[in-house]
Design a protein. Structure first.
Length: 201
């Protein structure tokens, strides 16, 4: 993906997430924000046959607003990252995923210093498939239902350590090219993240 397009997409992602979280600020509650390291596996099952998995590592910014002790709204913005590998379906290919923007309802259950939570919402991501030698250039937008679950530990009243498993996308999509025939793909983007957050109490 070109640098200008990445900057533009990141800007749109940030605007989307923080506008949604900002709408919640009229209610009484607590804000929190943090960051994670995220490892993502993108499984692509081509309609023409063959399956390929790309693995990428990202930085993730997250923030949210806690309405009650059991319900919050949380937003994610995940940085772009790429993976080069040889695949049976496409040959030597560069895959780029991101940015990803997502907004979630976050019900959670606190048991002492541990907090178990689920995430259910909507995500939007950009992905590209490029031939390393320049023989093709495909891109798509992945948007739809996203979900996950995680565990959080309160190290102090304000500092929290968390780990989660996410599915940011699991559906069919079409990769469009400039001159090539479109690629029909069944794609699933799974992620595991670990990081810190700070509560503004």
């Amino acid at each position: 993906m070109k640098k200008g397009a990445v900057v533009k997409n990141v800007g749109r992602s940030l605007l989307f997430v923080f506008s949604m979280i900002g709408a919640a600020s009229a209610a009484a509650g607590n804000w929190y924000a943090g960051g994670d390291i995220v490892s993502t596996a993108s499984e692509l099952r081509f309609a023409s046959g063959g399956t390929t998995e790309f693995k990428t590592t990202h930085l993730r910014a997250k923030g949210g607003f806690e309405f009650t002790e059991w319900l919050a709204v949380e937003g994610h913005v995940v940085s772009p990252a790429d993976d080069d590998q040889t695949t049976l379906a496409l040959g030597r290919t560069e895959y780029e995923l991101g940015p990803i923007a997502a907004i979630f309802a976050k019900p959670h259950l606190q048991l002492g210093p541990l907090d178990f939570y689920a995430l259910l919402g909507y995500s939007r991501a950009y992905a590209t498939l490029d031939c390393v030698s320049g023989c093709f250039d495909y891109d798509t937008t992945l948007e739809g239902i996203a979900y996950g679950a995680g565990l959080q530990f309160s190290a102090t009243d304000r500092i929290r350590i968390s780990a989660d498993y996410m599915v940011y996308y699991d559906d069919d999509t079409t990769y469009d090219g400039w001159w090539e025939s479109a690629l029909e793909v069944d794609q699933k983007n799974m992620a595991m993240g670990i990081g810190l957050s700070f509560a503004f109490k």
